[in-house]
Design a protein around this ligand. Sequence first.
Ligand code: SAH
Length: 227
Amino acid sequence: MFRATVLTLFPEMFPGPLGLSLAGDALARGLWSLEARDLRPHGLGKHRAVDDTPAGGGPGMVMRADVLAAALDVAAAPDDPRPRLLMSPRGRPFSQALAREWATGPGVLALCARFEGVDERVVAGRGLIEVSIGDYVLSGGEIAALAILDACVRLIPGVMGKLESGASESFEDGRLEYPHYTRPREWEGRSIPEVLLSGDHARIARWRRDEAERVTRERRPDLGGRG
Ligand code: SAH
C-alpha cells in the first residue's frame, strides 16, 4: 500500500484537500494512508526552536539539520524503502512520470520546509531528494506536498474508476489532452464538433489524436509529443 508520511510545522494542513473527493474516498477505503508528523516537538529549548540564523548572515531563518534529522529518524526506519522527498524550489521538477513512479511504489516521505529553507547538510546526511512543483516560491512546502500527493494518489491502482482515464491524459504520452465536450449540443451559438456526434469511433480517435498534437504543438512545443 502507498504510505505517505509528511513532516511539517503545520500538520493541521493535512489531509486538507486530500480528505475530499477522489483522494479522500481512497483514503477512507484504505487504498493509501497519510500520517502528518509535527516537526515542533523535535525543536530545541523551551521554545522548541527548529530554526536559527543563517551562517554568513543575511535575511530570514534556516531550519536546523539536527532537528530535521531527529524528526526524520523517528518518522522512518533506516530500511524504510520510501523515497525521502524534500520540498524545494531548487529541486528536480515534479512530473507525471515521477507521480507514476512513486504511485506504484511503497509511498513517499515528504519533508516540508519553511522560512529560507533547510541547512544543506541534512540533504546529503539523510539522502533527501529535492523536488520542486514549479518555478515560483511558495511560503512553505505543505502545498507542494499536497500537490505531489494528489498527483500520486489518483494513480494508485484502484483509486480512479476507469483504468483508462489515466492513460490518455495530459503528459502521459508527451502530449496535452484533446478538448472535451458534453451536453448541451448547442450552447450560446457554439456547437460540439460534428465528428464527436458521428458515432464513427475510428474517426473520433483520429480527431482526438490530431487535436492533442495540435494543442501540444501550439502550447507546449517543449513536450515534444510523439505520433
Ligand atoms: N529561500 C528559498 C525559498 C524558501 S520558500 C529559495 O530561494 O530557494 C520555503 C519553503 O517552501 C522551501 O524550503 C520549500 O520547502 C517550500 N517551497 C517553496 N517553493 C517551492 C516549490 N516551488 N516547490 C517545492 N517546494 C517549495
